[in-house]
Design a protein around this ligand. Structure first.
Ligand SMILES: NC(=O)c1ccc[n+]([C@@H]2O[C@H](COP(=O)([O-])OP(=O)(O)OC[C@H]3O[C@@H](n4cnc5c(N)ncnc54)[C@H](OP(=O)(O)O)[C@@H]3O)[C@@H](O)[C@H]2O)c1
Length: 256
């Protein structure tokens, strides 16, 4: 059997993660679908990927359970073979939008736990495995889904912004450490994407996009990020690592 590209996409039971899993499957990757629990949403996502004809497994685990990472990766590799690709996509928003003066420690800790700490330690567990074994001549990568808010302040979601800035720095540090191992690391920073996370505000975002907040006057779809991530993970940007890729329709291009 020829060597196979195998990806774990965290938070792929819906939204951007599911679109990433679909796009990777479209490129022939075997895919592990993850959500915090073994529920109907996860099963539906697995069925969707299975219909594309690639090997797929459900990998239910809470990414914040750092002690559980090894067992989770073991279970995936037992079924799909050695992982080549990790997409750290699982993320949470703030518990309550509002004045920075009112942010709770609970919301801060939740944002940092999922968006930054889990991304760091899951990347560590993934990379340790790769470093410990002979790897076939396949493209190996970590793709982190951070956010435009890693660099641009959203005043009413400051703890989310801070956690994404931390994740962006983790991406750079990983790229530095793993470069000598020929493992590429990318930081994809989505802007305004229509998902469950943004559902309460997407109409307002759409209006602002049409009024010029983004250079393309529209919000993005999960498939936009899926296609982008699949291109990166397939090695379509050869001789690159450590890149930060704004996937925001030009929202953060400086203008006056
Ligand atoms: N949508 C946007 O405009 C936008 C913009 C910039 C960045 N992003 C980032 O893109 C990523 C995906 O966002 P999305 O809009 O697709 O969000 P979403 O629709 O809320 O989906 C989030 C996914 O992550 C999973 N998840 C959450 N906590 C988890 C945990 N502890 N362990 C495992 N899985 C967990 C969720 O599963 P459950 O539902 O079962 O909890 C769900 O599958 C996030 O990192 C987000 O911050 C999104």
């Amino acid at each position: 059997m020829s060597a196979q590209l195998v990806a774990l996409v965290t938070g792929s039971s819906r939204g951007i993660g599911l679109a990433v899993a679909e796009a990777l499957a479209g490129q022939g990757f075997a895919v592990a679908i993850n959500g915090p629990a073994e529920d109907a949403e996860l099963s539906a996502a697995v069925a969707r990927i299975a219909a594309l004809g690639v090997p797929v497994v459900a990998a239910p685990f809470d990414v914040t359970d750092i002690a559980g990472h090894e067992a989770a990766l073991d279970a995936i590799e037992k079924k799909l073979g050695p992982l080549t690709t990790l997409v750290n996509n699982a993320g949470v928003g703030v518990l309550q939008r509002g004045d920075m003066m009112d942010v709770s420690e609970t919301s801060w800790d939740r944002c940092f736990s999922v968006n930054a700490k889990a991304l760091f330690f899951l990347s560590q567990a993934f990379a340790r495995r790769l470093l410990a074994r002979e790897r076939p001549p396949l493209f190996h990568s970590i793709v982190n889904i951070t956010s435009s808010n890693a660099v641009a302040v959203a005043e009413h979601r400051s703890e989310y912004c801070a956690s994404k800035a931390a994740a962006a720095m983790v991406s750079k540090a990983l790229a530095v450490r793993l470069g000598r191992e020929e493992i590429a690391v990318y930081d994809v920073q989505p802007g305004l994407i229509a998902t469950e996370m943004t559902a309460p505000v997407i109409d307002a975002y759409r209006e602002r996009a049409e009024q010029g907040l983004t250079l393309f006057p529209r919000v993005g779809q999960p498939g936009d990020i899926g296609t982008l991530v699949a291109s990166l993970a397939s090695g379509r940007l050869p001789y690159t690592t450590g890149l930060t890729i704004p996937a925001d329709a030009g929202m953060l291009v400086p203008r006056f």
